[in-house]
Design a protein around this ligand. Structure first.
Ligand SMILES: Nc1ncnc2c1ncn2[C@@H]1O[C@H](COP(=O)(O)OP(=O)(O)OP(=O)(O)O)[C@@H](O)[C@H]1O
Ligand SMILES: [Mg+2]
Length: 494
């Protein structure tokens, strides 16, 4: 009997300009949780897409239960009991939860769909995952965390023995992550094998039995999780020692740049007042659902306030739309970059230069070589992994897409930049590069607001932190080295 449930051997996948998988070996045992880690663009998602039949390898073989298999489509993979919850969820928002779970697999009675049975079965699945939700409601109405679980339930109805989770915790709160991990452990106890891709290395230690590390399309290390430290993981991913992110005490001007007074909008947030100094890095903490994104989307003109005022450098301004915000020198990098902010079928260069072409115009004409030069500068500065600036952004790995959008706003001469979860899905080394860039921008007088669910991130980069919970401002703190994330949580929950 084969030792491994799954054995991927010498997998090669070449994209134009990128050798995404260079003879990668990967194996998996029943009843284990395997962490798959590596920097942005290392090839993690590609390897899993090959396993799922979403991509065809150029060479190499997949041995499942001792037999060679070829998955030509995700449906074939599902039939062989391999299921995946992808990096970007692919549920149909307008369908109900039950419909999404059973998409393509309705409980049939004759030729008609047995609707009652479908809903019952969906309920059963959701109960198993400890989700108390009516499977009849529209999927769009439930949180990202629940959608994730719906996606897992979908793999379970196919009876999957191998479940792939591609960055499942990127947009989950601490509690939601714990909930997910309880389910992962339950599935492991049932003998299922789970592959989890994540950039949160503490989670690797918390949940996995073994870890596979990739770098530049190659396998670099496989070992038991207990035999490796986080620092060693980082070392293998980067092939060099990476300095820990340190808090830097900074100076900034005393002038107030932004003042928000008594801002309210329905249930989203209520009576919020605060001021931010010029060149300050102002953190915004809170649990997911605290109203942070809603507040700043409203300030940015994406939605209409119900009450309140905004002052820029002492002058009251009315921001009715993002266009008026941009005219006033305000930029916003949204948390959901795929839906907002990114132009998938344009190139990396075009995505960086979008909104920035004015700067490279001469006599009314765009100077394209200047545009390319500017884009190339950001590709280098942010270490964006792409064959060239001409590559379509949709072909970049998730983390690298994020860097492109950041590059765009760094190029645009904004006076105030709002970053919503700027390092979600970004690897350790790129994170510290982004922190450095944020500090550099603030040092030249750009006012920066960072919304983040990672308390440690805010404690590292923010000069002050405003803490929100359930649409209310709970407090504003000035952190120092000794402050811990528990201190912020305490303020949030008081
Ligand atoms: N469809 C595609 N066409 C061209 N290149 C691609 C395509 N898909 C992926 N790549 C390239 O293959 C490499 C590996 O990408 P992959 O998405 O597997 O990385 P990843 O390890 O999942 O990174 P991340 O942590 O950012 O999600 C990247 O350089 C990426 O740009
Ligand atoms: Mg990926």
């Amino acid at each position: 009997m084969a030792e491994y449930l799954l054995n991927m051997k010498q997998i090669v996948k070449q994209f134009p300009g990128t050798l995404a998988l260079d003879h990668v070996d990967f194996n998996l045992k029943s009843g284990e949780v395997m962490a798959l880690i590596g920097e942005n663009g290392a090839g993690k998602s590609t390897l899993m897409n090959v396993l799922m039949g979403i991509l065809q390898p150029d060479s190499g073989e997949i041995i499942l239960n001792g037999e060679k298999v070829e998955n030509k489509s995700p449906y074939e993979a599902l039939q062989k009991k391999i299921g995946m919850v992808p990096q970007e969820l692919n549920l149909v928002p307008d369908l109900s939860i039950a419909e999404n779970i059973f998409l393509g697999l309705h409980q049939k009675k004759g030729h008609r769909i047995n609707w009652n049975q479908t809903v019952e079965k969906a309920k059963e699945m959701m109960e198993k995952l400890e989700v108390e939700i009516d499977p009849g409601i529209r999927t769009a109405e439930v949180s990202a965390a629940y959608q994730q679980l719906v996606s897992i339930a979908r793999t379970l109805v196919f009876g999957s023995n191998i479940i792939i989770l591609d960055e499942p915790t990127a947009s989950l709160t601490l509690n939601e992550t714990e909930h997910l991990f309880r389910n992962v452990k339950k599935l492991r106890e049932e003998g299922k094998a789970i592959i989890i891709i994540t950039h949160h290395l503490d989670e690797v230690q918390q949940i996995s039995d073994r870890v596979t590390i990739m770098r530049d399309g190659k396998l670099v290390k496989v070992c038991d999780t207990k035999d490796i430290t986080i620092d060693e993981m980082i070392y293998h991913m980067a092939n060099q020692k990476v300095e820990k992110n340190q808090r830097v005490e900074r100076k900034h001007s005393d002038e107030i740049f932004l003042e928000v007074k008594n801002f309210s909008r329905g249930k989203e947030f209520k009576d919020i007042s605060f001021e931010v100094k010029k060149g300050e890095i102002y953190g915004v903490a809170g649990l997911v659902g605290a109203g942070r994104t809603e507040l700043f989307s409203c300030i940015y003109g994406l939605t209409h306030k119900e009450a309140g005022q905004v002052f820029l450098e002492g002058k009251e301004v009315e921001i009715h739309s993002p266009a008026s915000a941009i005219r006033l020198g305000i930029g916003l990098v949204p948390e959901e970059r795929r839906k907002q902010g990114m132009f998938p079928v344009l190139s990396v260069c075009e995505n960086i230069m979008m909104l920035n072409y004015e700067k490279v115009k001469k006599n009314g004409k765009i100077n394209f070589s200047k545009a390319k030069e500017t884009a190339d500068y950001h590709i280098q500065a942010l270490r964006i992994k792409t064959p060239s600036g001409q590559t379509l952004i949709k072909n970049l790995s998730g983390g690298n897409q994020q860097k492109v959008i950041l590059g765009r706003w760094m190029e645009k001469n904004v006076k105030l930049l709002i970053l919503d979860e700027p390092t979600r899905g970004i690897d350790v080394r790129a994170k510290s590069e982004i922190y450095k860039l944020v500090r550099e921008m603030a040092d030249i007088g750009i006012t920066i607001i960072v919304i983040s669910s990672e308390m440690d991130e805010l404690l590292t980069i923010a000069d002050r932190i405003m803490i929100m919970n359930a649409g209310k401002l709970k407090g504003i703190v000035s952190p120092d080295e000794d402050m811990a994330r528990e201190d912020l949580l305490k303020v949030a929950l008081n």
